[in-house]
Design a protein around this ligand. Structure first.
Ligand code: ATP
Length: 234
């Protein structure tokens, strides 16, 4: 579905990403983990067309989308749920969810997907008329994920799902994403919380100083001595 090949990118003179390659297959949950400053946001910005790479390619279903505008990339089916949620705070929860579907014309299916979001996150149904900005951080995160899914993307990219969330709220979100995955969605999760990311995803990549230093099934990565020591505190 998504293929990143030999990507190098940076800002001005500074090179951040060095020869980054990864793939996300259709229907998979794949994660990329790394500490602060590893280059995760730089990679997402490059995939989503905000930053132009110096070398390498990004392909979606075999089409080279390197250098496309963000608008064109979204239109092609990549939706990112950004870190910090960025909802429309003065609009209601329902309006925010519907904004996710603004490119779609299949009204009956949009209504069905809205019901699906309410089934996935019952709190959003209760709060559907409430201003999105007045909800708790975790509720806003649910709404942001729901808005992303309403676009029916080919691939949903989640940036720092766990950021600032209480453990119980994180568990709820992880359960919801498992259900989303069972429905056939393809998810790329970029995370600092390695334990959560490796529980949810089947394949993982570890980014350090702009390079992929480890990759493979998360079951193997979880028992890798470097991962255990540097990321899992074991
Ligand atoms: P975090 O988890 O803290 O967001 P990250 O893994 O997403 O970290 P990036 O935000 O990609 O890391 O940053 C990687 C490096 O690029 C950092 O050293 C950062 O200072 C640098 N950087 C990020 N944005 C810019 C910019 N606009 N101009 C120059 N350097 C930048």
């Amino acid at each position: 579905m998504l293929e990143v090949q030999g990507l190098s990118a940076g800002y001005g003179e500074i090179q951040i990403l060095r020869d980054v390659s990864l793939t996300v297959g259709r229907g998979d949950i794949v994660t990329l983990v790394g500490s602060n400053g590893a280059g995760k946001s730089t990679l997402l910005n490059t995939i989503c067309g905000i930053l132009r790479p110096r070398a390498g390619a990004v392909r979606l279903e075999g089409t080279d989308i390197t250098g496309w505008t963000s608008e064109a990339i979204v239109g092609r089916g990549i939706t990112q749920v950004p870190e910090g949620r960025r909802l429309f705070p003065h609009m209601s929860v329902r309006e925010n969810l519907l904004m996710g579907a603004y490119r779609r014309r299949d009204r009956a299916k949009i209504q069905r997907d809205l019901d699906w979001m309410y089934a996935l996150f019952p709190i959003l149904k209760e709060r559907q008329r409430q201003r999105a900005g007045s909800m708790s951080g975790g509720e806003q995160q649910m709404c942001a994920i729901g808005r992303g899914l309403m676009a029916r993307p080919k691939i949903l990219i989640l940036d720092e799902l766990s950021l600032g969330l209480a453990p119980i709220m994180l568990d709820t979100l992880v359960d919801a994403l498992r259900m989303v995955h069972q429905e056939g969605s393809t998810i790329f999760l970029v995370e600092q919380d390695v334990a959560t990311a490796f529980d949810l995803a089947t394949t993982g990549y570890v980014l350090e100083n702009g390079r992929i230093v480890l990759s493979g099934p998360t079951a193997d990565l979880k028992v890798n001595p470097h991962v255990k020591k540097s990321y899992l505190g074991l």
